[in-house]
Design a protein around this ligand. Structure first.
Ligand code: PEP
Length: 252
């Protein structure tokens, strides 16, 4: 944890669930949210944003999983940042490795989307992370810092932007880096943020994501410069998501 920073535990529901399942899951998260020391955030699929917001109540934040770089216009199938804000979202995940892989999103587009998010009053959660081949080649830190340089807009720190370190090979696989490897990349991210944004970079939240479960969350969340988690699969079970949030250190 970073001293003085409230941890953020964010659930990315991706493209899962029916409306009925989403509402039940949100009710389950709501039921345990008051006991959490961490800030809780749920990012449902777009069609579920409004009903999930209602089911979550005021104690759990709402986020989108993506937005377009333009403020409005003829972009069939896309969603504007202001639309997310309008339905109650306060965060948006950007540059997730599945967006980078499935839709060819490169750093410049992620940066443009983050600028759109900031303009709409959303806090961007910008995802970075190396592939397995890049890690095996010893390039993990260089890849991640390069993605930060290319993906973060200048206004990122002033808006309290969030970085999520998500090694691509750890997402949905049940595999994670060692705690030492996570700590090393998070330290490199912190150095990058401080180098770019000065003092403001010291207080930005850096989340870890990639096969976080109730069983490994406590150890990961205790590491320096790990200020929360971005959770995929385990966020689809309310008890598991809440158990992960319960793993934040007592001092948090
Ligand atoms: C994610 O996709 O952001 C993620 C961390 O997924 P999982 O927890 O399932 O690895």
């Amino acid at each position: 944890m970073t001293p003085g920073v409230r941890p953020l535990i964010a659930g990315n529901w991706k493209m899962h669930g029916t409306l009925r399942e989403a509402a039940a899951l949100a009710e389950g998260v709501r039921a345990g949210a008051a006991a959490s020391r961490a800030e809780l955030l749920i990012c449902p699929p777009f069609p579920h944003l409004v009903p999930v917001a209602g089911a979550l109540g005021d104690g759990v934040g709402l986020g989108g999983q993506d937005c377009h770089a333009a403020a409005r216009g003829a972009h069939t199938g896309d969603v504007a940042a202001a639309m997310l804000r309008d339905v109650g979202a306060t965060y948006v995940i950007l540059g997730h490795s599945e967006r980078r892989a499935d839709h060819g999103e490169a750093d410049a587009l992620v940066r443009a989307k983050a600028e759109a998010a900031l303009a709409a009053g959303l806090v961007p959660i910008v995802c970075v992370g190396e592939s397995e081949a890049q890690r095996l080649a010893g390039a993990a830190e260089a890849v991640v810092t390069g993605q930060l340089d290319g993906s973060l807009p200048d206004g990122f720190a002033a808006a309290g932007g969030v970085v999520a370190y998500e090694p691509v090979w750890a997402i949905g696989t049940g595999r994670t880096p060692t705690e030492a490897e996570i700590a090393a990349i998070h330290a490199a991210i912190r150095a990058n943020l401080e180098g770019r944004f000065g003092e403001a970079g010291a207080g930005l939240r850096i989340l870890y994501g990639g096969s976080v479960k109730p069983g490994n969350a406590k150890g990961i969340l205790a590491l320096p410069h790990v200020d929360g988690a971005l959770v995929g699969g385990a966020s689809l079970v309310a008890a598991d998501f809440l158990a992960i949030a319960a793993g934040v250190p007592d001092a948090a």
